[in-house]
Design a protein around this ligand. Structure first.
Ligand code: FAE
Length: 526
């Protein structure tokens, strides 16, 4: 266990807690408020509760990433993954499984509580971040605000004017969103891959758009100039960035600890939630060590419980609570409305003269925006393939408007949940992505790459996603502000509120919705 004392003290060196106080609150077993998880939804809850003067305990199953390994680095790169890369795996499970059909991407590693997890369900596996900061530790930093019209379509009961006037701007400011300097972008070798993809899109008559990011582009320019230690320009991303990225441990969570009211316990996984007769919530929590062994099972109690375990974590906890009878009044919408944000990954082979560059920044800065095409709405992020040599590959993460949704069900034999997503549901995303990329290939006389996703002929990676959304959808499993139906003082603040699809990369939306929830709940429920 790393209690706040350790976390914040260590954080003073690593995460520069500008506003941290010297005196830390005592560790608590009973807290007025507990937050499960320290990703976007959890971090917003922790900060706003702390600022309101409410003593708050955050329980996070992953590590605090603040201790350098023998190489002097906290995180490992995608080029040289080691035990720090993945959550208790003995071999890495990178999204790109092969290159030229060769099994050269993944490496054997020692099982360890690494930063990136790949959670396997029958027809879909889901990438999630583990550690203080959740997904912010491992993601591509793309900080995209959805189209207001699509947000309104997905959240008809939410006041979109307030979201776009107040909560989205608040989230962007807090997250440290910035944009690449367009002049530098046009000239640097590090974004040649993006310019080549843009050219192919433009030849097809498609619109491209710059997307903001939470990676500090000023820092990236220094990396390129050789005056700062490289991170995004050194193949660091899905296993963590050592520099440059404003992950939540540097923003919301640093400020939350700085209130002096927030404690973070790491390596503690919440297993079960029940309600005591006095109305307080009682959590059963496994504390694990670096081998994954449960070294202690603890109980915590609180008056207010905020669930920020992410779409998978929160939904699993609540489905289990309903099905095992510990929170029997949860409604049937708990576990429903899940989708992978239409995620499909695909690679194209460029002509020999359309190079993508050996040097590629790991932070995407542009997308092909064909969302307005009502026949086939797709937003495709232009993704890097930072492997250090010329590949002529243009890689994309397509976000398609796939209307398919799935539910989680409780499996009493294993005590876990199953996800009912089917291969046919993924095929809907693939068909949409294919329509768009067939157009691009046809306009450019180019082909797909068949060698990147493990099997001999797989063009579209339809069996994994980066953007799990839903499971406790706003307005169905909860009220219009994330209050769980059937239970007072129980809240969902994370990606499980988003109904399966938001059309762009989701963390700005998750953060903004959490800001809206916390503002309302603090005003009305405390
Ligand atoms: P999340 O950030 O997943 O945090 C949940 C936290 O709760 C984690 O730290 C868990 O370890 C912890 N947890 C879960 N269950 C428990 C439990 N029972 N007990 C204790 N702790 C628990 O949730 N999104 C973008 O917008 N832009 C991008 O560029 C982007 N790129 C991505 C790239 C990758 C490789 C991945 C994996 C994701 C990417 N995403 C991106 C998605 C984004 O990171 C994700 O939507 C958010 O992190 C979800 O935020 P939540 O607060 O829902």
């Amino acid at each position: 266990m790393i209690a706040l004392q350790t976390a914040a003290t260590a954080g003073l060196t690593r995460i520069g807690l500008q506003s941290a106080q010297a005196v830390e609150p005592a560790a608590v077993e009973t807290a007025p408020a507990i937050v499960v998880g320290s990703g976007y939804g959890g971090a917003v809850a922790a900060l706003r509760l702390g600022q309101a003067g409410i003593t708050t305990l955050v329980l996070e199953m992953g590590r605090l990433w603040n201790t350098p390994g023998t190489d002097g680095k906290i995180f490992c790169s995608t080029a040289a993954p080691d035990k720090r890369s993945m959550w208790f795996k003995t071999r890495t499970e990178a999204p790109l499984a092969s290159f030229l059909w060769l099994d050269v991407v993944n490496k054997d590693i020692t099982a360890y509580p690494g930063a990136l997890d790949r959670v396997h369900y029958d027809n879909m596996s889901v990438y999630v971040g583990r550690g203080v900061g959740g997904g912010s530790l491992v993601n591509g930093g793309m900080a995209v605000t959805p189209l207001q019209s699509y947000f309104a379509e997905q959240f008809p009961t939410v006041d979109a004017t307030a979201m776009y006037g107040t909560y989205f701007p608040r989230a962007r400011t807090m997250l440290g969103v910035n944009t690449v300097d367009p002049t530098w972008f046009e000239s640097t070798e590090w974004y040649q891959f993006t310019r080549t993809s843009r050219k192919a899109a433009t030849n097809t008559g498609l619109k491209t758009t710059f997307v903001p990011n939470v990676y500090d582009f000023g820092y990236m320019q220094q990396e390129a100039a050789g005056t700062a230690t490289k991170s995004a320009l050194a193949q660091e991303v899905i296993y963590g960035n050592n520099y440059g990225k404003k992950s939540l441990d540097k923003t919301y969570l640093a400020s939350a600890l700085g209130t002096g009211k927030v404690t973070i316990h790491t390596m503690e996984k919440v297993k079960a939630v029940t309600r005591a007769s006095d109305g307080s919530y009682v959590l059963t929590v496994d504390r694990i060590d670096d081998t994954g062994t449960v070294v202690e099972t603890k109980q915590y109690s609180c008056t207010y419980l905020f669930l920020g375990g992410g779409s998978l974590g929160t939904t699993e906890l609540l489905v289990r609570a309903r099905e095992t009878g510990t929170l029997p009044a949860l409604n049937s919408s708990v576990g429903a409305g899940w989708g992978p944000n239409g995620n499909t990954m695909v690679g194209r082979a460029n002509h020999i003269w359309d190079t993508t560059g050996a040097n590629q920044s790991t932070m995407p800065v542009m997308g092909i925006d064909d969302w307005a095409n009502t026949d086939n709405p797709v937003f495709a992020e232009i993704a890097p393939l930072p492997i250090g040599f010329e590949t002529w590959v243009s890689l994309y993460l397509a976000i398609t408007k796939n209307p398919q949704r799935a539910s989680f069900t409780y499996d009493s034999a294993s005590g876990t949940v199953k996800l009912g997503w089917t291969a046919a549901q993924s095929a809907v995303s693939v068909a949409m992505a294919k329509k768009l990329f067939d157009r691009i290939n046809s306009a450019n006389a180019t082909l797909y790459r068949y060698d990147l996703f493990g099997s001999t002929s797989k063009v579209f990676a339809d069996d994994f996603c980066y953007h799990p959304l839903g499971g406790c959808v706003l307005g169905s499993a909860t009220d219009n502000y994330g209050r769980v139906k059937g239970y007072s003082k129980l809240y969902v603040t994370d990606g499980s509120l988003v109904p399966g699809n938001i059309g762009v990369n989701p963390f700005v939306t998750i953060t903004a919705l959490a800001e809206r929830t916390l503002e309302r709940v603090l005003a009305e429920d405390f």
